[in-house]
Ligand binder design. Structure first.
Ligand code: FAQ
Length: 331
């Protein structure tokens, strides 16, 4: 098993049905009700463990695949300052993936199993990373909208009932906040000091990324099969639709500051609800992207598989080095 978790629990021990299962279940439910955090070595129901492995590993895959659309622009960043910022951001996303894989490993699943699930198409990653980055403005727009949506979804995960995930999310959210601001600042610079062509490029990027960004929060609550149980367990604290609404409300004012139009003619303030109403989301497009038929699904997965294959010698060397250490051969 290739793993970085130093004390990954024995998966069989976690799965073994305990003798006093109903008592353990009652104690677990009481702890969840009291708002306690669950640690890796605590007893947990199998369905809770599986739900966490699913969500955390998908989240980790999203961070790693999410490096690709922006990584595509590192060699073409317009200035040294923008290049340094983008390099740091893409590196941060890689780090987030690694914390998250380590958090999922504490649940008794190996890195190899998770990577295999991604590469074989069994595991999902965020729909958003299946869209192309066509111009430099896409990089700023990803920071503003995609990282902005990610923060809205991820701040509540800092209070997730599973403590290793919650701890990882605290650091991740601090970094995502920098990512959102650098994206906004990059777009603001183009809008305020750029040429007409640059302003048009920003508007075009916003037109293309808006709808996919609001799909990131997942299907509507009444079509979200996992939400009710995940909310009951304190894994998710706020529902998909509520988070989407909070994101839309926050972003409308930011768009005004930037001087861009959000591509939804039905987007308007509803005094009675105290929120913005929005137009119909194309859930067929979302389903197509999830089914593997988005603009870049094949390209993204192929890039990950290629990187994994070409990195085989590094993993082999690391394992050989660890084995040598364990045998005391280099003492
Ligand atoms: N894309 O019942 P629900 C980032 C799936 S990180 C793909 O509502 P759940 C940082 C869902 O998995 C972005 N699949 O599911 C960055 C489920 O399928 P399954 C990633 C989606 O889990 C920025 C099915 O649909 N963030 O952006 C999506 O309760 C810039 C039914 O859905 C996270 O992963 C989607 N958008 O709620 C990096 C946060 N939405 O698994 C680089 C953690 C739903 O049963 C550059 N995850 N599905 O086969 C979560 O909060 C949740 O998992 C949700 C979905 C909210 C994504």
């Amino acid at each position: 098993m290739y793993t970085q978790a130093l004390d990954a629990p024995d998966p069989d021990a976690l799965r073994a049905p305990p003798a006093d299962a109903s008592q353990l279940q009652q104690r677990f439910d009481a702890r969840i009700d009291a708002g306690d955090f669950i640690e890796a070595k605590d007893w947990m129901p199998e369905h809770y463990r599986k739900t966490l492995v699913r969500q955390i590993s998908q989240h980790a895959h999203s961070e790693i695949v999410g490096m690709l659309p922006e990584g595509n622009w590192i060699s073409r960043a317009p200035t040294l300052k923008r290049k340094a910022i983008l390099l740091a951001k893409v590196q941060d996303e890689g780090g987030h993936g690694l914390y998250l894989y380590a958090a999922a490993e504490t649940l008794g699943t190996s890195r190899d199993q998770m990577i295999d699930a991604l590469h074989s198409g069994k595991a999902k990653y965020s729909s958003i990373f299946n869209y192309p980055t066509l111009t430099w403005a896409d990089v700023g727009t990803i920071g503003w909208l995609v990282d902005g949506a990610a923060i809205m979804n991820q701040v509540p995960l800092c209070r997730c009932s599973y403590a290793p995930y919650a701890r990882a999310m605290i650091r991740i959210c601090r970094e995502e906040s920098f990512h959102q601001r650098q994206g906004f600042e990059s777009l603001l610079t183009m809008m305020q000091h750029g040429t007409d062509a640059q302003r048009a490029m920003v508007q075009d990027a916003v037109d293309r990324w808006w709808w996919p960004s609001i799909m990131m929060f997942g299907p509507p609550d009444d079509q979200s099969p996992n939400s009710a149980q995940s909310m009951r367990w304190g894994i998710k604290r706020i529902s998909n639709d509520e988070l989407r609404q909070k994101f839309i409300d926050a972003t409308v004012d930011q768009a005004k500051v930037l001087g861009v139009t959000l591509p939804d003619p039905d987007l308007k303030w509803n005094e009675e609800r105290g929120h913005h109403d929005h137009g119909t989301i194309d859930w067929d497009e979302f389903k197509r992207v999830l089914a593997g038929d988005g603009p870049c699904n094949r390209e993204r997965l192929a890039a990950r598989v290629k990187a994994w294959d070409e990195g085989a010698w590094v993993r082999e060397a690391a394992l050989a080095h660890a084995a040598k250490h364990a045998a005391g051969a280099d003492a």
